[in-house]
Ligand binder design. Structure first.
Ligand SMILES: [Zn+2]
Length: 349
């Protein structure tokens, strides 16, 4: 006991501040820092241990020791606060580096758009709707009756050879429809004239080359009413061509044979690229005309098959390939491009 004791205790207490600072300097973790704080300032911490010795000091010396204790406590708490700030800043920096590069451009969700064939189908339906045609659909797996028989193509008819058919099952009566004409048959079997329908849809044939695909899309039209004439057919197709390919384009009919129409015609339109003015035109190959489909007046035998009185009404029918319409309009040379799902192609339309 005596004089040196209180000042040594004060020194020891004040030294705690430096010891603490040295001990926590390398720490990078809040928990470790809190543990160190408890070791120094806790109930059983270093400061408390030193303060126990205050009891043996003369009362006059005690305030100095108390002051020193308060100072070092404050020092340690300030150091903890400083250190906490640095630790949280470090942690944020680490998180940012690990998770987010704030300099990267933002992620965008690309907008899709309708496929070229869907666009063309919808546009054609809208054009014919302007003339009062309604859209009709039917099954893709058909019976021989709806696909051939009712369309004046009995089993031995040579026209069947023109449509190489995919048969289903045993091959007798079920097949993948080779055209959308069975939709016309189904409509006439269930409804009475006047009728004006278009039937867009997928059909199947055993064809495979740059301009033919085993699966393609047709759009057929049928109009049945009293006094329907071939000029009505021509007017409807002229409206379609001028709305879809451009104003001023003419049409020509070439006599042709289809079993279910009489008379029948191949329909050509003026070349939409050269208008018949260039002998070196690659689209029409110099002919000035582009074939767009087949058409004709409904054969009375078809009306017979579906129970419509052929002496009371008449009608016309036409058919075209949807892919061909898209190819002619956009100058696409290979039909398969439309099915391959290549985005470089799809994005062009
Ligand atoms: Zn041309």
């Amino acid at each position: 006991m005596g004089e040196p004791e209180p000042s040594r205790l004060v020194e020891e207490i004040l030294a705690l501040g430096e010891v603490f600072r040295g001990e926590v300097a390398p720490l990078k973790d809040e928990q470790e820092l809190r543990a160190a704080q408890a070791r120094f300032l806790g109930k059983k911490g270093s400061l408390s241990e030193l303060m126990k010795r205050m009891g043996s000091l003369p009362p006059a010396e005690r305030p100095r020791v108390g002051e020193a204790a308060n100072r070092v406590k404050q020092l340690i708490e300030e150091e903890v606060a400083r250190k906490l700030l640095r630790i949280s800043a470090l942690r944020r920096k680490r998180d940012l580096e690990r998770l987010v590069d704030v300099t990267l451009p933002g992620r965008t969700t690309p907008n899709g758009h309708l496929h070229i064939l869907t666009q063309v189908r919808r546009e054609l339906c809208a054009i014919f709707a302007e003339l009062g045609f309604e859209v009709a659909t039917g099954p893709q797996v058909e019976t021989d009756f709806h696909n051939f028989e009712a369309l004046a193509m009995p089993a031995d008819h040579p026209a069947r050879d023109m449509q190489d058919t995919f048969y289903v099952g045993d091959g007798a009566g079920t097949l993948l429809r080779t055209h959308t004409s069975p939709v016309q048959i189904r409509t006439m079997l269930t409804r009475k004239p006047p009728l004006a329908i278009i039937a867009p849809g997928v059909v199947y044939r055993r064809d495979d080359d740059p301009t033919h695909s085993p699966m393609f899309t047709q759009l057929e039209g049928l109009c049945v009413d009293k006094g329907i004439r071939m000029s009505d057919l021509k007017g409807v197709l002229l409206h379609f061509v001028q709305r879809f390919f451009g104003p001023g384009l003419g049409l020509r009919f070439r006599a042709s044979y289809f079993p279910f129409v009489e008379p029948g015609a191949e329909v050509d339109m003026r070349c939409s690229f050269c208008h018949g003015a260039r002998s070196d035109c690659r689209l029409c190959k110099g002919s000035g005309w582009l074939e767009i489909g087949g058409a004709g007046m409904v054969d009375p035998r078809v009306f017979e098959q579906v129970g419509i009185d052929a002496t009371a009404v008449s009608g016309f029918a036409f058919g075209m390939g949807l892919e061909r319409m898209a190819m002619l309009r956009h100058g696409i040379h290979d039909i398969k491009l439309a099915y391959e799902g290549d985005l470089r192609f799809a994005r062009q339309f």
